[in-house]
Design a protein around this ligand. Structure first.
Ligand SMILES: [Zn+2]
Length: 176
């Protein structure tokens, strides 16, 4: 059981050299900066918990990384007067991903099955399901305040609420 890459404090240098225009590959609506985050999980086969007993996954590993090809910031954003507030919003995205990854790590480590193949199949389903829930949480975080979101961090009151909830969250289930 291992979680790598999180917690981590992100910096503007993680966003690469500021660029003059939104990348043409970007289809979203948050147009001054964007952080792309990958959650990758793996294990090395299975092993019995006790002789003749149920199987568990061996050496579960979950890694959170910033996907540099999808992470960018426009010129002027890292030096603007509100840059700390914007970076804090992006840190929230990264922390939601970290909370998601920790949930995956815990869930995979806790799985047991009397059938080794069934264990590995259900492990992929469990992990992919948690990652999908985490992505839904990322989307809600950016959504309109009427839907419980921060409007990409523009709603200062909602952002403060999310900052507190993210800081206190033990798992995805404790986020809004
Ligand atoms: Zn956002």
């Amino acid at each position: 059981m291992a979680l790598l890459g999180w917690p981590k404090t992100i910096k503007w240098s993680d966003f690469g050299s500021p660029r003059g225009a939104v990348p043409s590959s970007y289809g979203g609506s948050h147009t001054d900066c964007h952080i792309g985050i990958s959650i990758d999980y793996s294990w090395q086969g299975t092993q019995r918990v006790t002789p003749g007993g149920d199987y568990r996954l061996r050496n579960v590993k979950v890694v959170v990384t910033i996907d540099s090809s999808e992470t960018w910031v426009l010129t002027g954003v890292p030096t603007a007067s509100n840059q700390a507030r914007v970076l804090k919003h992006e840190q929230g995205h990264f922390n939601i991903a970290g909370i998601t990854a920790r949930d995956v790590d815990r869930a995979l480590a806790a799985l047991r099955d009397s059938d080794s193949d069934a264990l590995e199949a259900s492990a992929r389903d469990v992990a992919d399901g948690i990652i999908a829930s985490g992505q839904a949480e990322e989307d809600t975080y950016d959504d309109d305040p009427a839907n419980g979101g921060t409007d990409h961090g523009n709603d200062v009151t909602q952002q403060a609420t999310w900052n507190s909830k993210i800081a206190a969250a033990n798992s995805l289930s404790s986020l809004p």
